[in-house]
Design a protein around this ligand. Structure first.
Ligand SMILES: Nc1nc2c(ncn2[C@@H]2O[C@H](COP(=O)(O)OP(=O)(O)OP(=O)(O)O)[C@@H](O)[C@H]2O)c(=O)[nH]1
Ligand SMILES: [Ca+2]
Length: 467
């Protein structure tokens, strides 16, 4: 039997090749290419600049570009201290500075020899969409964050506002990628995302081909399968903006959505300082008002319902505000504030009948205001009755979930260690990490990776860093 030369291990071959590379004085770029193709893990960083806060996610995957699903993982996240970047409109430089602590953290988590090749993206969502009504302010904030990120050692690929369709669609990609549903061509999971300033619903519907409402249609070809995705983002229907709308309605100062015993002095200017409510501003109002709670779920539900318009629909069927929605289909994953709120309220178990969930929330809302919950922000605590009521009302009255379909929702924060949200799907698309064709399908000439098609337009992927 021929003995295997113990010195011909992958490591020694690697060292020998590296030695040759050194001795032949190959330029640095070729060594980098070698690393990219054969060596160490690869990294990507996405900053989610949300309306309420910014979060940084670091993703990691093996070097070889084999396009397997489930191989990209979130290895670290960092919550930026302070509010979202859109809140720095009056002092944009501070928006850039606020990111620095997390960026320094990223420098420690990504090995220094990989910094230069690691793409860094910033995507902003509804807070910046609202600030865009004042385009100078939004340009200044983007300039400040871009300047700040250009100083980092990573390969900064730009800061931009995602459209509502992108936000919804990439959240759907993330959930289905992490669940390994795309590569295996399994039935997909719909995605429900509740932010501070907007909310998204995305699902595949056999009854929807895009013709009735092209704006809600996103087409993907992934691993050889075509997906017609229905997606809609409701600007102003994130939970912070809906709270403003509910507060600005009539009779809201004595508020059924806040616990009995809650009483806080609030400022009218601050309340109306958003395009979502500015039209509701009374002609004359005092500077301050006292926000008093009276803890009644059923009255709160009526108040919350009043922010939806169910009176008009020019399509065969609508969710609310005249927006087309096909019949709900398949299981759903509900993340972001859906999870934070339902998890706090102990209501994530959807095998519990919807009626019992409502009754449990009604009992919670009727408990007196109690500030003694160590480790929980007082602002979150005060709002859980409102937030829970909004979530149930949005799902049932808004999107038409019934007691039967409610049981198909899973409230999730993470899947296999990666956060559910749009960031992973966004990065997978921009780095060409999901192929249009199944890996064993022979590639046609120029059959690249046209992952994302919207209204008949194929978006070009921006894979500048991976050859
Ligand atoms: N209870 C609780 N609420 C949270 C937590 N983190 C964020 N929130 C709130 O939940 C809501 C949604 O948060 P995010 O999903 O981070 O929203 P966002 O991305 O900033 O906002 P969008 O730009 O609209 O997507 C906001 O009202 C936040 O203030 C948390 O850990 N616990
Ligand atoms: Ca968000």
């Amino acid at each position: 039997m021929k003995e295997r030369n113990p010195w011909h291990t992958p490591l020694t071959i690697f060292i020998a090749v590296l030695g040759k590379v050194r001795f032949s004085f190959l330029c640095l770029n070729e060594i980098n290419l070698f690393f990219v193709l054969f060596c160490c893990p690869q990294y990507g960083i996405v900053l989610d600049a949300g309306s309420s806060h910014t979060a940084m996610y670091i993703y990691e995957w093996p070097a070889e570009k084999d396009n397997n699903t489930g191989r990209v993982e979130q290895t670290h996240s960092c919550k930026v201290k302070g509010p979202g970047i859109s809140s720095y409109a009056s002092d944009p430089k501070k928006a850039g500075q606020s990111l620095q602590v997390c960026m320094k953290e990223a420098e420690r988590f990504v090995p220094s020899e990989r910094h230069e090749e690691t793409p860094l993206y910033l995507g902003a969502t509804a807070g910046m969409r609202l600030l865009k009504y004042n385009s100078t302010a939004s340009d200044q904030v983007f300039q400040a964050v871009s300047e700040s990120l250009q100083k980092s050692p990573f390969s900064f690929q730009g800061a931009r506002i995602l459209s509502g369709q992108e936000e919804g669609a990439f959240g759907w990609v993330t959930v289905n990628y992490l669940d390994d549903r795309l590569k295996q061509g399994l039935e997909t999971t719909g995605a429900l995302d509740l932010g501070g300033a907007s909310t998204q619903i995305s699902f595949v519907s056999d009854a929807f081909d895009g013709s009735e409402s092209p704006n809600n249609s996103v087409n993907f070809r992934l691993y050889g399968n075509d997906y017609n995705l229905y997606t809609h983002s409701f600007l102003c229907y994130g939970k912070d903006q809906v709270l403003r709308m509910a507060l600005s309605g009539p009779g809201s100062i004595s508020d059924p959505c806040f616990h009995n015993g809650y009483s806080e002095s609030k400022n009218y200017m601050t309340l109306y300082n958003s395009p979502c409510v500015s039209k509701r501003k009374p002609v004359s109002s005092p500077a301050d008002f006292t926000h008093v709670g009276k803890g009644n779920f059923y009255q709160c539900q009526e108040l919350v319902k009043s922010v939806f318009d169910f009176t008009q629909c020019k399509y065969t069927q609508c969710s609310f505000n005249g927006v087309y929605q096909p019949t709900l289909q398949g299981p759903f994953g509900a993340f972001s504030a859906y999870y934070f709120v339902m998890n706090f309220l102990n209501l994530t178990d959807t095998s519990v009948p919807l009626q019992s969930v409502k009754e449990a929330l009604a009992r919670y809302c009727s408990t007196p205001w109690e500030t003694q919950h160590p480790g929980i922000k007082l602002k979150y605590l005060a709002e859980y009755c409102f937030s829970g009521t909004y979530i149930l009302t949005l799902l049932t009255e808004g999107y038409n979930f019934t007691s039967e379909t409610f049981s198909k929702i899973r409230f999730i924060k993470q899947i296999k260690g990666s956060d559910a949200g749009w960031t992973l799907g966004y990065m997978l698309n921009l780095t060409n990490m999901i192929p249009a064709e199944a890996p064993d399908t022979p590639l046609l000439p120029h059959a690249g990776y046209p992952v994302w098609v919207e209204k008949g337009v194929t978006f070009n992927n921006l894979a500048l860093w991976l050859l």
